[in-house]
Design a protein around this ligand. Sequence first.
Ligand SMILES: Cc1cc2nc3c(=O)[nH]c(=O)nc-3n(C[C@H](O)[C@H](O)[C@H](O)COP(=O)(O)O)c2cc1C
Ligand code: SF4
Length: 414
Amino acid sequence: MIKKIESKNFEIENAHSLHVAKQHGRYSSLERLFSMSSEEVLDEVDKSGLRGKGGGGAPTGGKWRLIPNPSDKPTYLIVNADESEPGTFKDRQILEYDPHLLLEGIICSSYAIKAHHAYIYIRGEYAFWAKRLQEAIDEAYSEGIIGKTILGHDYELDITLHRGAGAYICGEKSALVESLEGKRGHPRLKPQQKEPEWFFGCPSVVNNVETISSVPYIIKEGFVAYRAYGTEKSPGTMLFGMSGHIQNPGVYEIQFGESMSEFIDKIGGGVKDGKKLKAIIPGGSSTHVLRADEIEDITLDYESLRAHGSSLGTGGMILMDETVFMPDVVKNLFEFYHHESCGQCTPCREGVGWSDKLMGKILDGNGTKKDLDTLIDLSFILNGKTICVFAPSVAYIIDSYISKFKDEFYSLVK
Ligand SMILES: Cc1cc2nc3c(=O)[nH]c(=O)nc-3n(C[C@H](O)[C@H](O)[C@H](O)COP(=O)(O)O)c2cc1C
Ligand code: SF4
């Protein structure tokens, strides 16, 4: 079940240092990389079927092709290391145990889109990981792996690490770019057609840490080797997280398409303390909750989760045992989203706060059926009327928890 592509070096002592990283294969994809043209690299990633691992699952090659070629302006690669989705802690494993894997991925990906400057945007609170990454960047500069040339190859690349100030919304790609430009981290209005991101008016791509870290394997071993794992539509592997009431919490790399319940039992060791499973949030708090009786046929890939009314998201699974009271979970989530709304859109700014207050009133024993109806109405107001998908995520929380655990919510109101 476990397939180590990205996590191959995680357990090797000091694999975060360049010396050890190189002994264990880091930067070995570069020889093949520079024997190919940028277009060939793009083709290889396209054919691998690599999909973004930051939550949305967009095809990576397709995103890179949005960059005009040739471009009359400089192009940029921006790596999203904001990782703030509750239940998600996989990118930090890469940054902690194998930061040179990310840097190798950045070199391959920048070459594909002809970028000569890449930025890594890391959440402000992640001081330890920022330090570790900066040390790796400094090592790479001092050994001539990045800078004026790449290990003697005629390609110039600079990498800059930028620390955010600590806001969940800055993980949303357009808010991230705004923040990187020195402005307030507000999501931008979405274009009607697919476009690259625009960083200071220049075409750019924003990709997740794990997505970029998947690229060196594809370049070194070829797209066929990557497609040997996973399913036709969800090829390869992913770092799946398990937290909450699970015997062996952690991050495990498995190929897409494995059974969710087998993953929980065999790798996770089952529910903690022999209790019964009640529910799972499959891919970070923004994904629809699943009842235990819904997961039997689910496989861990984009298509299966979608077919079961949820989504794979970040692969960060939160397990809840039979003792968990769902209205408490919803209150906890509302407090988080209330705090993190950027406030640009009225339905989100007002609606998320209102939902939080209503849930508090209901949990305090002062709620009525009308309050629950208002909450359900609010989910309509939050969905599809805002600049970004933050507000719809809150609508999904209202919809999925109240419909699936109706009795618990109605038991609280008069
Ligand atoms: C509210 C919100 C928060 C997000 N946070 C993150 C994040 O912390 N890390 C991340 O990689 N993507 C995050 N995303 C998704 C990004 O907008 C973007 O889709 C992703 O970085 C693209 O990379 P990928 O194609 O490699 O997955 C977030 C999206 C939203 C709406
Ligand atoms: S939906 Fe919420 S978080 Fe997203 S832009 Fe609007 S106010 Fe900001």
